[in-house]
Design a protein. Structure first.
Length: 147
């Protein structure tokens, strides 16, 4: 397996059509390269904190965790249709930081993720998760479109 190009692929997912296409693309790559795959969803702690201000903290955290577990399970099922299995993970934190740390921890050879277009002031102030991952990653990043 040492001659295979991508042995370990990380797929961060957020539930968008971009993420779904990233899972499908990574599945095709993994079937060719015999890769191991990890599917990761990051619960954004800043978003969680803002939601907790309006509703009971525990119910918000429980709902977000339940949704995240359902999302990674759905993505794993989608990947299974390509004949490739995966490990799933749900983490809390700043999405780009968790993605970069996870890629480093598992020794990812490739990160396949969906691009997400933000526009206007929000993009200027926040940037996108994909842009931050690209900027700081030490391994290749492959972006999937949403169409």
């Amino acid at each position: 397996m040492a001659d295979k190009l991508f042995q370990k692929i990380l797929i961060p997912v957020d539930g968008s059509s971009y993420s779904l296409n990233a899972v499908r693309l990574a599945g095709r790559l993994a079937s060719v390269h015999g890769s191991r795959i990890w599917i990761l969803h990051v619960i954004d702690q800043e978003v969680e904190a803002q939601l907790c201000r309006f509703k009971g903290s525990q119910s918000v955290r429980d709902n977000m965790a339940e949704g995240a577990l359902g999302l990674v399970a759905d993505m794993k099922r989608e990947l299974g249709s390509t004949g490739v299995g995966a490990e799933t993970m749900v983490e809390r934190g700043s999405p780009h930081e968790v993605i970069l740390n996870t890629a480093d921890t598992i020794g990812a050879d490739l990160v396949v993720m969906g691009k997400l277009g933000r526009r206007g002031v929000k993009r200027i102030l926040l940037g996108s998760v994909a842009e931050r991952v690209i900027e700081f990653s030490v391994c290749p990043i492959l972006l999937a479109d949403g169409s």
